[in-house]
Every structure is written in structure tokens, then in C-alpha cells.
Design a protein around this ligand. Structure first.
Ligand code: MG
Length: 273
């Protein structure tokens, strides 16, 4: 399983595109507005089986999220905005149910910026939501993975310990640590390795110095500051054996397909898979 996979999105990417990459594993992102009925799950299950794609994770995203810059992320993403907490909790539980219908044993999302101060009211609220998602997911035999990068690895580690649920894990995205300026990816991997259940292979450059609130720039895999060869080597060294899911966030379809294809090729070269 230490071989390329792909992070792809329902309603944006089609399975034919995923299949054309020649991968056997993937992670499926579910847009916040997508209807999740039994019929939709059944159709996905059939289509995935015929495409020969095994999902390792189903990702939840939420309506109204904005990743334009750090203040927008802080205001809109994940479990942090108080007004959308109840709706996003029930949506996450619905994504867990949907993943269970597909036979997938891990769900994930961005919970947003976890406050560094455990006394902050958002901290206790987010911790409670994460516990509720974990407990629901556990009933399906699923793990619930938090994406890295919106806070330093040590803050995330302490939060995970404080949530105190055995099925709470990490989806490690090395580029996010750079894009959000929260830490050097391999040092973060060393901190979080025992919790890492899945990974994104994404690349990017650090935010411009002196521009408050700016995010760094995402790049095609191998073209940014992650140092993907050393990252893959370190994943191997810490004992990670799952698929290496290429992620590319650009909206331009041709660019996405080209960069995902090149990313898969690069990871094949690095893993010998
Ligand atoms: Mg990611």
C-alpha cells in the first residue's frame, strides 16, 4: 500500500479521471452541499468497485468555508464558527454514515484553527464536537482524522491527547504546515507519527514575509518547499505504510489533471511502486 493514491472530490472530479491516473487507492472529498442519500452511496459504491478504486478516507467539507487567507479560514472553516457548529456536527455524522455505507473505515475534515489556549471558550466547544464525531465514528468502526497544518504540530498533539478518544487520528498534509507557516513538515511528522493514519502529498511555498494573514502558495508536487523525496523517505522510516495521496487544489481542471498525473509519476519513482 506504500504507493501513490489520489485525493479527489465528488461533483468536481470524475472517476474516469481518477482511474486514468492508474492508482488503486484514494480519498473522496464530499462538498458541503452534496446530498447524501442511500441511493447516492450505492451509486458511488458500484462506481468505485468498477473503477478498481479503494477509498481509505472520506473527507467532509462544509458550506460557507473560505480558504482565501488566514483570517478567512479562522472565520469560516470547520468547527470554529459558533453559528454553524450544530449544522456541521450533524453533517459530519452524516458523512460518517455515508462512509460506512461505502465500507470506508476512516473519515476526516479540517476542524479549523484549534485555539492554543485551552481556556478559550472555542477550545472546549471544539473538543466536545470532536468527541461526539469520534464516538459516532467508533460505532461504525471508523477513525476520525484531523488534517494538519492550521496549528503547530505540538498544539495539535496536545489537543488530540486532551480529546482522549482512541479513534482520533491525523491526516498528515506536509504542505499545509508550510502554507500556514506553522512548522517544518518533517519535524511535525516526527511529533505526530504515531497518530498518522493517512497522508496527503501536496507541495507549497512559505507565506511571503511581512504580509499579515497571507497564506503560502500551493505548488505542483515536487515544485514547492516540502522536499517531497525526503518526506517520503521519512514516512517510510516512521513506519507509515498507507497510500501516498496526491492532493492538488487548483480549480483549473486541465492543470489539476496534469499536476495529479505528474505527482503520481513522481511518487512511483520515489517509492518504486
Ligand atoms: Mg490536505
Amino acid at each position: 500500500m506504500f504507493e501513490p493514491g489520489v485525493m479527489f472530490w465528488a461533483e468536481r472530479d470524475d472517476l474516469e479521471m481518477v482511474r486514468s491516473l492508474g492508482v488503486r487507492y484514494g480519498q473522496l472529498g464530499i462538498p458541503g452541499g452534496m446530498r447524501l442519500t442511500g441511493a447516492v452511496a450505492a451509486a458511488w459504491k458500484t462506481a468505485l468497485a468498477s473503477a478498481g478504486i479503494t477509498l481509505v478516507t472520506v473527507f467532509a467539507a462544509y458550506e460557507g468555508e473560505d480558504y482565501a487567507d488566514i483570517p478567512a479560514v479562522a472565520r469560516t472553516v470547520g468547527f470554529i464558527p459558533p453559528d454553524t457548529r450544530a449544522g456541521r456536527l450533524s453533517r459530519t455524522l452524516a458523512v460518517s454514515d455515508f462512509a460506512a455505507e461505502l465500507g470506508v473505515d476512516s473519515i476526516a475534515c479540517h476542524v479549523g484553527f484549534v485555539p492554543e489556549d485551552a481556556e478559550h471558550p472555542d477550545y472546549a466547544a471544539v473538543r466536545q464536537m470532536v468527541r461526539q464525531v469520534c464516538d459516532h465514528a467508533a460505532r461504525h468502526g471508523q477513525s476520525f482524522a484531523l488534517e494538519t497544518g492550521q496549528e503547530p504540530a505540538q498544539v495539535l498533539l496536545e489537543f488530540v491527547r486532551d480529546v482522549d478518544r482512541a479513534n482520533l487520528r491525523i491526516n498528515f498534509d506536509p504542505a499545509n504546515l508550510i502554507l500556514y507557516g506553522t512548522g517544518e513538515p518533517r519535524a511535525a511528522l516526527a511529533t505526530l507519527a504515531p497518530l498518522v493514519i493517512s497522508v496527503h502529498c501536496k507541495d507549497g511555498d512559505w507565506p511571503a514575509a511581512g504580509v499579515a494573514g497571507a497564506l503560502g502558495m500551493e505548488r505542483p508536487l515536487g515544485k514547492g518547499s516540502v522536499g517531497i523525496a525526503r518526506f517520503v523517505e521519512m514516512l517510510r522510516k516512521v513506519g507509515f505504510r498507507g497510500p501516498l495521496n496526491v492532493e492538488r487544489e487548483t480549480e483549473d481542471r486541465q492543470e489539476r489533471i496534469r499536476d495529479l498525473t505528474e505527482g503520481v509519476r513522481l511518487l512511483r519513482a520515489l517509492t518504486g511502486a
